[in-house]
Design a protein around this ligand. Sequence first.
Ligand SMILES: Cc1cc2nc3c(=O)[nH]c(=O)nc-3n(C[C@H](O)[C@H](O)[C@H](O)COP(=O)(O)O)c2cc1C
Length: 169
Amino acid sequence: MELIELISKRYSTRAYLNTPVEDEKLMKVLEAGRLAPSACNIQPWHIIVLQEPSSIEKMRQVCRAAWILQAPVIIAVCIDNDKAWKRADGVSYAFVDAAIVMDHMILQAAELGLGTCWIGAFNAAEAASVFNLPGHIKPVAMTPLGYPDDTPREKVRKSINEIVHWEKF
Ligand SMILES: Cc1cc2nc3c(=O)[nH]c(=O)nc-3n(C[C@H](O)[C@H](O)[C@H](O)COP(=O)(O)O)c2cc1C
């Protein structure tokens, strides 16, 4: 499948079968994240994988969306902001780096027939507690990972003309 087809095919999956995700597929998804580029190649990320039903159950206190708990795997990308590259004006690229890791994993999952959904709406303090994060490691985004129990939705996106500016805004 061409990359553009895969990108078009991926959608946010919000219902999951309880079919387990094969270890080989999970490792391939994690490997795609590991290979992500990062500013200055610092790789300021840590990836938390939840598979134990008791760990996944604890996500109730982290996310309000109960459907997340249907998935057999939950993956969270966390960052070490102290280590991340900072632009000359002080802006940290930690979130950018974390987003690339997540996007690599999500696209790899789609290629394997697995569903995912970016989750940015969560209680960061509760997540830090459930993941046992040291104080300097912050959760950025998470996703359930599993076989979809829903149907793909049509992509709703702005047109190229609305978002692309040639030479100037
Ligand atoms: C950074 C980010 C955070 C998101 N957070 C949530 C979330 O907390 N809950 C949720 O259901 N979807 C979340 N989404 C999914 C978006 O709603 C979804 O990507 C968007 O509506 C486009 O739909 P599609 O992914 O099916 O193409 C998030 C997406 C991104 C990129």
